[in-house]
Design a protein around this ligand. Structure first.
Ligand SMILES: [Zn+2]
Length: 91
């Protein structure tokens, strides 16, 4: 007699493995061309990276990517202002 079917696991993103055999990390791009698009990338940085990159999302309309990119630039500049404020407070 067959027992109950296997427990259905919650839907998961497909796991990606980079060339080092490590699980790749999911990032969200903020470039003008690909803003808002998620991708998997080697979790090691710089020269330690194996160069693995795999897009998860389809390309978004250019105006959407542009909007997300602009938002990111805006956020970055406000963070920089925070840092400058902090530094001037310390010195
Ligand atoms: Zn890697």
């Amino acid at each position: 007699m067959s027992t109950s079917s296997s427990v259905s696991s919650p839907q998961q993103l497909q796991s990606h493995t980079c060339k080092w055999g490590l699980s790749a990390k999911c990032f969200t791009a903020t470039t003008i061309e690909n803003g808002g698009r998620r991708f998997y990338k080697c979790r090691r940085l710089g020269s330690n990276s194996c160069g693995y990159l795999n897009w998860f999302d389809e390309k978004l309309p250019s105006h959407v990517s542009m909007m997300i990119h602009n938002k990111k630039v805006e956020l970055d500049s406000s963070r920089k202002n925070d840092v400058v404020w902090f530094v001037s407070l310390v010195t």
